[in-house]
Design a protein around this ligand. Structure first.
Ligand code: PEP
Length: 246
């Protein structure tokens, strides 16, 4: 199974998302690709109730409590209640703009899984970390917090998104070889840190300036199991990316 994840980020409104969902609903999309669209919290119910039934909806984040005095936060249980099946956690914009730590991301992962959501767990290095040659250390540090917090069987409900921060929203996509190198290293890490089964079965998708053209070569890499798409998920072009992800 491969995966096509869209991430609307803080974009769209009720009318533009109505139009976008209608275009996705009318499109011929590969049934072998599990497609998930992450919408801003306030639009999750609208997207979930209007989207084709073979695609699913995700929240773009969640909190670590089910309910209570946490003004402004949204729980995994609430996301589930309004139709989300997935949640994106650890996105670089949460880590780097909102200051969310590896441990907080791991705690969110545990709570989201307990609530019955699937998790798209994002990891990836900053440009200076790549230039310093520590990409793998950074990715392993981010993964390690989650490895310590979840049970082996939980990995069946986690998709890892490798997203080099320097490639997100910049138009500077990683080369297929750069993506493959990190994906293969993540798989090797999972083998040692969790198990050979989890290493083999966990889907690892690439994210960072993916479009309908550059996805073709990346999709052919042995350890690239799909894509997490930001900007291009707001356009009908997203379906071409889904269909290249076989
Ligand atoms: C993202 O939002 O995770 C992302 C990869 O964005 P973009 O495709 O716009 O680089």
């Amino acid at each position: 199974m491969t995966t096509g994840l869209g991430n609307f980020k803080m974009n769209g409104n009720s009318s533009s998302l109505k139009e976008l969902v209608a275009s996705f609903n009318a499109a011929e999309a590969d049934k072998n690709v599990e497609v998930v669209l992450a919408a801003p919290f306030v639009y999750v119910p609208q997207v979930a109730s209007s989207l084709r039934s073979d695609w699913a909806v995700a929240g773009e984040n969640c909190y670590v409590k089910a309910s209570g005095a946490y003004t402004g936060e949204v729980s995994p249980e609430m996301l589930k209640d309004v139709g989300a099946k997935w949640v994106i956690l650890g996105h670089s914009e949460r880590r780097n703009i909102l200051g969310e730590t590896d441990e907080f991301t791991a705690e969110k992962t545990v709570k989201a899984l307990e609530a019955g959501l699937k998790v798209s767990l994002c990891v990836g290095e900053l440009l200076e970390e790549r230039e310093a040659g520590i990409t793998q250390n950074v990715v392993e540090r981010q993964l390690n917090a989650v490895v310590k917090a979840v049970k082996e069987e939980d990995w069946a409900n986690i998709v890892i998104a490798y997203e080099p921060v320097w490639a997100i929203g910049t138009g500077k996509v990683a080369t297929p070889e750069q993506a493959q190198e990190v994906h293969a290293a993540i798989r090797e890490y999972l083998k040692v840190a969790v198990s050979a089964k989890v290493a083999e079965e966990t889907r690892i998708v690439y994210g960072g300036s993916v479009n309908s053209k550059n996805c073709v070569a990346a999709a052919k890499q042995a350890d690239v199991d799909g894509f997490l798409v930001g900007g291009a998920s707001l356009k009908p072009e997203f379906v071409e990316i889904v269909n290249a992800t076989q």
